[in-house]
Write a protein that binds this ligand. Structure first.
Ligand SMILES: Cc1cc2nc3c(=O)[nH]c(=O)nc-3n(C[C@H](O)[C@H](O)[C@H](O)COP(=O)(O)O)c2cc1C
Length: 650
């Protein structure tokens, strides 16, 4: 069915077993030595075991002590990493995939403190308008040294057994900075014409060829459109020049082009938040493919094997790349081959991987609890022996627990008081640009059906009902309910609503004046939905910044959506009291009281765990509490705690 996707294809002389590419993805799994850690090796090996054709690692710097993005990134700059990298390569090869490191220098998007001169190396000393780190103009000697270091890193990569290398000329890092007229204002042979701006990579490619010959595959990842126009800037690489750059790279002997887009300043078109359609930027790859004769990779929020196959059949590209899809489901390719696509955990583009990259654990996936823990969760014990486990609640934590238990051979029974599974996912998916949430619901539905997991909908989990199953264990995943602070007078008014009432469609509001109290993810998404429905919406937030706790890319995307809809944002405002059609807010700095008038006031002040009543607690002393019932949080917490409970059940 996925004939082309699963067919082999060559990069230079290297044959890749199919057309799927794990695109590079920084993950924070390494350490200050920059080695491939056990965590890295298990992570990439698992992707290879899942059938991917080509693994490209996270970006690795090429100069000792310079050009890395953080101190938990692998490096190709020193010989001390060679043993660990050989181990990595051997593991990935054993699973039949090819592997290349992505080589880079972070340039002006790095950290000035990590540069020996205290300012980021860059072609023209122009700072990133996102990070604002001090930048300095590189001297010719420094550029020549950098070229040599890229070559030396490539030679090292070959020594480690890598099948080739990818040069990271995208996303606003140093090589991209040289390519772009926005960041390269040099007047020497490295600036000016397109050819001059690409010269640094020409020299690197020539250097690699001189050391390693013609057959060592070199892939270039290129932002063929920086899309700075989105920021109102009439500068930078646009597709027309992006294609010219790719043609030059081909003429220099590069073996394949990995098409990407954007720089940090246009980050949302490089790694997109929710709401971007599959293939929305595939026209970029198509544009390159029409103008070069070397293989072209396309990355464009691709989640569906059928969609990937179509891109290949339509001649848009030769390889289909995805970063987050393989992060969310390493078995994507095998599931496609086995026609089990409905069992794919499709990435929901929530960007939790980005948000958590620099956390102590490194990147975590909201919807796959094993990602990044492959070295720990090496196998699932199959010792359930048909023992019944009752799970109360069919939100993501309960669903994940049930699925894991079924995979272990237990007989889970899920009891849900509502008429459908999903819990709060069934509210999150109602707001604009959140269709991806349905991917997760559909995944559980399909997996439950395949495994024959029993779900009792419209059913209250009374102590008697639970007891009737004579369960071996009970998992409490009943979720949480909205917080309504009783200390604030007037909240019992009929014009005060809670977000679930609005998101579920129980209360429909059109053309009203609405105040939302609380600008966390639920509050702001509710605001967006109501504003789109023609309501005049104002959002009040007690802390000094709106959308607290949200990843900045999601904040940027949300601002782009709600500002044109006239949503008012009022940070540093504490709700004091509610009267008929009005509320008083206190300015948390000046103490002044501000009156706001409305038709409806909607509370979005977080949620409180729903705990089992005493009878249930007494009857099941070993009851396991997971998800929001354990601690209200995001999908990642729900899925992880549900999995952990089921994984560890003795
Ligand atoms: C957490 C994270 C880390 C990334 N790190 C890299 C990287 O090291 N090098 C790179 O070229 N792209 C990197 N990317 C971009 C991805 O390779 C990919 O182009 C992007 O995520 C869009 O594709 P996707 O929707 O398939 O994930 C990263 C993206 C994410 C979300």
């Amino acid at each position: 069915m996925y004939e082309k996707l699963l067919s082999p294809c060559k990069i230079g002389k290297l044959e890749i077993r199919n057309r799927t590419v794990q695109e590079p993805m920084g993950n924070g799994f390494s350490n200050a030595d920059g080695i491939a850690t056990a965590k890295d090796i298990a992570f990439y090996t698992r992707r290879a075991a899942g059938g991917v054709g080509l693994v490209i690692t996270e970006c690795m710097n090429v100069q000792p002590g310079q050009g890395a993005g953080n101190d938990k990134q692998m490096t190709m700059s020193v010989d001390s990493v060679i043993d660990s990298m050989r181990d990595l390569v051997a593991h990935v090869h054993a699973m039949g995939a090819a592997i290349m490191p992505e080589l880079y220098h972070s340039g002006c998007q790095g950290a000035a403190a990590m540069d020996p001169q205290g300012a980021c190396a860059s072609p023209s000393g122009i700072s990133s308008q996102l990070t604002h780190e001090p930048a300095r103009e590189m001297t010719i000697e420094e550029i020549k040294q950098l070229e040599k270091d890229f070559v030396a890193a490539s030679v090292r990569a070959q020594k480690c057994g890598f099948d080739g290398i990818e040069l990271h000329c995208a996303h606003g890092y140093l090589l991209n900075e040289f390519f772009s007229p926005y960041t390269n204002k040099r007047t020497d042979e490295y600036g000016g014409s397109t050819e001059n701006r690409v010269r640094i990579v020409k020299n690197i490619v020539e250097g690699i060829r001189a050391e390693l010959g013609e057959d060592f595959p070199i892939v270039c990842r290129v932002s063929v459109d920086e899309m700075l126009k989105l920021n109102g800037i009439d500068d930078g690489i646009v597709l027309e020049e992006g294609i010219e750059i790719c043609k030059l790279l081909e003429s220099y002997g590069v073996d394949a082009i990995d098409v990407s887009s954007g720089i940090y300043e246009t980050m949302n078109i490089a790694w997109e938040p929710t709401g971007y359609e599959q293939g929305w930027k595939s026209y970029l790859a198509a544009g390159v493919k029409a103008n070069v004769s070397i293989p072209v990779f396309c990355t464009s929020v691709i989640r569906d094997p059928a969609f990937a196959e179509k891109l290949l059949q339509d001649g848009v590209c030769d390889f289909v790349g995805s970063a987050r899809q393989f992060f969310a489901d390493p078995d994507w390719t095998n599931k496609a081959a086995e026609e089990r696509t409905d069992e794919i955990r499709k990435c929901i583009s929530c960007l939790n991987c980005m948000l958590t990259m620099e956390s102590p654990e490194g990147s975590q996936c909201s919807i796959n609890p094993c990602t990044g823990s492959e070295h720990i969760y090496t196998s699932l014990k199959a010792d359930g022996a048909g023992r019944t486990v009752v799970i109360v609640g069919a939100g993501p934590s309960g669903l994940e627990a049930a699925l894991t238990l079924a995979n272990r051979g237990f007989a889970p029974v899920v009891i849900e008081r509502k008429s459908e599974i999903g819990g709060q996912l069934q509210l999150a998916n109602k707001t604009p640009n959140k269709d991806e949430i349905d991917y997760l619901i559909d995944f559980y539905k399909a997996s439950f059906e395949k495994l024959g997991i029993e779900v009792r909908l419209n059913t209250v989990a009374t102590p008697e009902l639970i007891a009737s199953f004579e369960p071996y264990a009970v998992i409490w995943a009943a979720g949480s309910v909205p917080v309504v602070p009783r200390s604030i007078p007037g909240l019992d008014s009929e014009c005060v609503l809670l977000t679930p009432e609005v998101l579920s469609g129980k209360v429909k509001l059109f053309g009203k004046k609405v105040c939302i109290v609380g600008s966390g993810m639920t509050g702001i998404e509710t605001a967006h939905m109501l504003a789109k429905m023609g309501n005049k919406v104002d959002v009040y937030e007690m802390v000094d910044e709106v959308m607290p706790g949200m990843w900045f890319q999601n904040i940027i995307a949300m601002m782009e959506h709600i500002m044109p809809l006239g949503v008012g944002l009022h940070p540093s405002r504490k709700l004091i009291e509610v009267g008929e059609g009005f509320a008083n807010f206190e300015d948390t700095h000046s103490g002044e009281i501000e009156k706001a008038e409305f038709d409806y006031l909607i509370l979005s002040l977080g949620t409180r765990a729903t705990l089992p009543d005493e009878a249930i607690q007494a009857a099941y002393p070993n009851l396991i509490v997971v998800g929001d019932s354990e601690k209200p949080g995001k999908i990642a917490h729900a899925v992880r705690t549900g999995f952990d409970a089921a994984f560890a059940l003795e």
